[in-house]
Design a binder for this molecule. Structure first.
Ligand code: ADP
Ligand code: MG
Length: 367
């Protein structure tokens, strides 16, 4: 187990800066996720931790030991790859034992350790199979067992579930989380899947174009995004453009074309007067519940028409076109059949003031 500290990390490739001034501290034993779109620098950062790449600027520490000049094979990290990378000509047992044989452990010790991780990875009984006799999920478990058996200080996983089908991905992410908890190995996990990141992580760093945009616990990232990028990348979000038309102390009135909002703001306001308004689909309220609570002052009411809905079992999503042509997504959980709203129905949508996020459109920052 080790904490990991990044100080001012830059990494350049020809024509692109893959990492821009990364500063980050990962705690010992933490399950930490790098989340971001393809090409944002996640793999580069992970490979820099492993020592496969050397940063062009800045320093990396494990505990308080500078590892910049320590070669990859001496950094004591275990890596799990997207494409499994298990050896096809070796059995499951041989694949997992390989790293221990290399370290010249006694055969009895090797057997004990391999048996323990195979049990943890639910591979007991599969010892003598070769990878071609295993499913994708089982192969990935071999990859995981092989990385864990050497008891690395740091476990690194680069999109380990992205080649698996949806159902297996959900099962495996729970398994990975459970195993990591049991072992308590400091883990850096890479994914572009925001839901996976929310489920699996102690903390998440959201990355874009080589930079870290926000670091926080899943709840914090989802409920309290600090900029437009995080708000739009994590979960679904409705965005509207608005203008501040008056201020009174810490409360402002915003005109967003199809309605007005009067809300308190605790942070600094943009000078331009333009704002981006964001609200989650599950926070918006649609008729008929709307009429029951309309009298309350905590809402802004707008008119629209349901143009489409999609039902996923646990929730129903309505696509509402507002009078100006702007469309909103509204979610209702545990829908009751008699409360379903048909396509084409004219509706009122309530925007709860408390659920609204405001961003400065120029800097992208929360205001
Ligand atoms: P991610 O894992 O988030 O998809 P990467 O870390 O692989 O992103 O890539 C970050 C950026 O660096 C991309 O623009 C990518 O094209 C570039 N890049 C990554 N690896 C190399 C490399 N070995 N040589 C040149 N460019 C690279
Ligand atoms: Mg990658």
């Amino acid at each position: 187990m080790a904490s990991i500290r990044f100080e001012n990390i830059d990494k350049f490739f020809p024509g692109v800066q893959a990492l821009k001034n990364i500063n980050l501290e990962i705690k010992s034993g933490e399950f930490f996720t790098l989340l971001g779109p393809s090409g944002c620098g996640k793999t580069t950062l992970l490979r820099t931790v492993a020592g496969f790449y050397k940063q062009d600027r800045g320093h990396i520490y494990f505990e308080d030991v500078l590892v910049d000049d320590i070669p990859a094979h001496k950094r004591d990290t275990g890596m799990v790859f997207q494409n499994y990378a298990v050896w096809p000509h070796m059995t499951v047992y041989e694949n997992v034992a390989f790293g221990l044989k290399n370290r010249k452990l006694k055969p009895s010790e090797i057997k004990r350790k391999v048996d323990t991780v195979l049990k943890m990875a639910r591979l007991t009984g599969f010892e003598h199979r070769t990878p071609d006799q295993l499913s994708g999920g089982q192969q990935q478990r071999v990859g995981l067992a092989r990385a864990m058996v050497i008891e690395p200080k740091v476990l690194l996983m680069d999109e380990p579930l992205s080649n698996l089908d949806a159902k297996l991905r959900i099962e495996m992410r729970e398994e990975i989380r459970d195993i990591q908890r049991q072992l308590g190995i400091t883990t850096i996990y890479v994914t572009h899947d925001q839901e996976e990141a929310l489920v699996i992580s102690d903390r998440i760093a959201v990355m874009n174009a080589g930079e870290i945009y926000q670091v926080g616990e899943p709840w914090e990232i989802y409920k309290n995004p600090s900029n437009i990028f995080v708000a739009s990348f994590v979960g679904t979000m409705n965005f509207l453009s608005g203008k501040i038309i008056s201020r009174n102390g810490d409360s402002v009135t915003i005109d967003f074309g199809i309605g007005k909002l009067n809300i308190k703001v605790s942070r600094s306001l943009p000078t331009s007067g333009e704002v981006r308004i964001a609200v989650r689909p599950e926070d918006l309220i649609l008729e008929p519940r709307a009429s029951e609570i309309r009298s309350k002052k905590e809402f802004s009411v707008i008119k629209g028409r349901v143009i489409k809905s999609s039902f996923t079992g646990t929730l129903i999503q309505y696509f509402v076109e507002c009078d100006s042509g702007k469309s909103l997504i509204i979610e209702r959980h545990k829908p009751e059949k008699d409360a379903l709203v048909q396509d084409g129905t004219s509706v009122e949508v309530l925007i709860p003031k408390k659920a609204v996020f405001l961003f400065d459109p120029e800097t992208g920052k929360r205001v």
